[in-house]
Design a protein around this ligand. Structure first.
Ligand code: SF4
Length: 134
């Protein structure tokens, strides 16, 4: 059976407000599904999934996201799980429970940074300069 590598935007909200954010409209105009929906989805589709990369918003803001990755590791250990984070992960894992789940259940982390300073990372103008290489 063909297996899929999926990108999952479980959480769309974020602790940052980048002007160039591709998901800002989604978080403004639609609601996220809830934990029970996530579990139903994975229970029904796990056999077709090879890997999951969690992105879109900052998933580590939600304790339920940690519960989700833990549930998947426990019940479907063949699924590889990766996280794209803006760096808030480092705050979220100060909670020892989250840290343990992170160690047990997350196989890969990508930290998505466009600039190293707050002024530019929050600025659309800064992003345009970045995109055009100026
Ligand atoms: S950190 Fe990422 S998800 Fe959050 S507002 Fe910026 S671009 Fe959007």
């Amino acid at each position: 059976m063909r297996k899929w590598n999926i990108g999952w935007g479980a959480v769309s909200h974020c602790n940052m407000n980048c002007q160039f954010c591709y998901s800002k409209h989604r978080r403004k105009y639609s609601n996220d599904l809830v934990f029970d929906d996530w579990i139903k989805f994975i229970d029904e589709n796990h056999s077709k999934i090879n890997t999951i990369n969690y992105g879109t918003g900052e998933n580590t803001l939600e304790d339920n996201w940690f519960k989700l990755v833990s549930y998947i590791r426990e019940n479907y250990p063949g699924i590889r799980q990766a996280l794209t984070t803006n760096g808030y992960l480092s705050e979220a894992v100060k909670n020892p429970k989250n840290m343990q789940i992170f160690i047990d259940a997350v196989d890969e982390v990508d930290v998505s940074l466009d600039f190293c300073d707050e002024k530019n990372i929050m600025s659309f103008e800064g992003n345009q300069k970045h995109m055009s290489g100026r």
